[in-house]
Design a protein around this ligand. Structure first.
Ligand code: ACM
Length: 499
């Protein structure tokens, strides 16, 4: 029998037989595992139509026991036999419940769990996904739905790309014109929008309850055309680079015009005025406010695709913005280009080059480690969730690669950047850029099943990675995702019939 688990646990032994669920099944809380008991109860209600009694009585045969260890790691142990025992830290219990979500089986109306013995803990500390809410604005409900999906695959960081040329999506009290004047549109005439601080706190709390840390990104110094709709005095006029001109022509998209909303998706034309002190007053206010409402340790300050910015200005900017981020109490994160500069000590780099990097990209990525930081691997040819599955796929782009499921699965984070010590790899992240996305269903189409491939890279031991095993396991998850009402693409590489 195939245990339909993705990501594959560190250690799993299947026994014969099943644990039968019934209306008499109880959930027994031991040592304060209340949150996990409630999450498990919700899962059983939603998937199996059961609402088990939750109790602190002594456990008996047929019970599901959830036991909190009080540890602060992400590990759990799950034993399914005459009863079910789930033991772990708060995060570990949550991940154990996600494992149970994948193990639950229905046969002729009867629900059961195969007998297994699992010990599980993640490979990487940082397991991220990114949602671009700037190119297309997604409301709070959609972001929560995205968190549901990602956390079910044991991702633990949600990077929100909050600002770009097309819109500014987070209210800043000291700079109210950002959301008043620069949030109203998305790409191609789609509706805009923004999060109030209460909205943002709601997203953070929802993510935290699912053991995901929100990483806000204010993309700087480029990708800042929208700021000019609100505060024109701190942005440069658009630079018409060759890539932008070619892209606008081939897509039939308009070119950026200073002071007007930009609804195309060309890149590299915008920058804040790096040498103006009023720019730095603005940036100090923005970063301070974002840091104040962000409980997580990270604040992403962008740094990508500043195609019209002189190198010396860019480097000076990066040096100062990473120092400012540290000053407001956060660990800076920046796209790998920022490695050209002397980043603040401990800055985390996010590598988004090819899985066979240019010497320059690799050198930039290594610089973060040289400065006492670490690197998140998001090779755009493997981990970008917005690339098409096939050249004909209706959603997504293909500038980095066409990424089928096997391509998304078959790479190793430790060896992407030559000369980067594996101990400096903080983890991996799958960015989902939103140029071609309008709805949650569109998000699902690009997310499932490739996010499952990335989740296995992020979580499972490198030695366990096996495409044929993954193919078999992920095929059975189509039914689980359908059961949750999560859509997704079902590429022909996989047999999606239930084993
Ligand atoms: C990026 O894809 N511009 C980070």
């Amino acid at each position: 029998m195939v245990l339909t688990l993705v990501p594959l646990p560190s250690s799993v032994t299947a026994d014969s037989g099943t644990f039968a669920l019934s209306p008499a099944t109880r959930i027994v809380i031991v040592d304060g595992a209340d949150a996990a008991a409630s999450a498990l109860s919700d899962l059983l209600a939603q998937r199996a139509g059961l609402r088990p009694e939750v109790t602190s009585d002594a456990p008996v045969r047929g019970d599901i026991v959830v036991r909190a260890t009080g540890a602060s790691d992400e590990a759990y142990r799950l034993e399914v036999g005459e009863r079910v025992e789930l033991i772990g830290s708060p995060a570990g219990l949550f991940y154990g419940i996600q494992t149970l979500r994948q193990l639950l089986r229905e046969d002729a109306g009867a629900w059961s769990i195969p007998r297994v013995s699992i010990f599980d803990a993640p490979r990487f500390a940082y397991r991220g996904v990114m949602l671009d809410v700037a190119r297309t604005f997604f409301d709070v409900a959609t972001v929560k739905a995205f968190i549901d999906r990602a956390s079910s695959l044991k991702f633990n960081h949600l990077h929100l790309h909050l600002t770009d040329d097309q819109g500014w999506r987070l209210h800043i009290d000291s700079r109210p014109l950002l959301t008043e004047k620069a949030s109203g549109t998305s790409v191609l005439g789609r509706p805009g929008g923004f999060y109030t601080k209460d909205d943002f706190r709601e997203i953070i709390a929802y993510a935290a309850a699912r053991h995901m840390v929100v990483v806000p990104e204010i993309d700087l110094p480029g990708h800042t055309h929208a700021i000019g709709l609100a505060y024109p005095e701190i942005v440069e006029v658009p630079v018409m680079n060759d890539m932008l001109l070619a892209q606008s022509e081939s897509l039939g998209q308009p070119l950026p015009v200073a002071g007007e909303p930009y609804q195309g998706w060309g890149v590299g034309h915008s920058s804040v005025r790096i040498r103006e002190e009023s720019t730095w007053e603005f940036l100090r206010d923005v970063l301070r406010e974002v840091a104040e409402i962000t409980p997580g340790p990270y604040l992403h300050v962008g740094g990508d695709e500043c195609l019209g910015t002189p190198q010396a200005d860019f480097d000076a900017f990066v040096e100062r913005i990473t120092a400012l981020t540290a000053e407001v109490g956060k660990t800076p994160v920046a796209w790998h280009e920022a490695g050209s500069a002397v980043v603040a000590e401990g800055t985390v780099g996010q590598f988004w080059g090819s899985d066979i990097p240019t010497d320059e990209h690799a050198e930039h990525a290594r610089r973060f480690a040289d400065r006492g930081g670490s690197v998140i691997l998001s090779p755009s040819t493997r981990a970008y969730l917005d690339m098409k599955y096939t050249p004909e796929f209706p959603l997504g782009l293909s500038w980095a690669a066409v990424i089928d499921l096997e391509t998304a699965y078959s790479w190793e984070p430790d060896t992407i950047v030559p000369g980067l010590d594996p101990s400096a790899v903080l983890g991996v992240e799958g960015p989902l850029w939103a140029e071609t996305l309008e709805t949650l269903d569109d998000i699902d189409q690009l997310f499932f099943p490739r996010a499952a491939a990335l989740a296995e890279i992020a979580w499972s031991p490198a030695s366990a990675k096996d495409w044929n095993s993954f193919r078999e396991r992920v095929g059975a998850l189509g039914e689980v995702w359908d059961g949750e009402g999560w859509g997704g693409h079902r590429p022909a590489e996989i047999d999606w019939s239930t084993p």
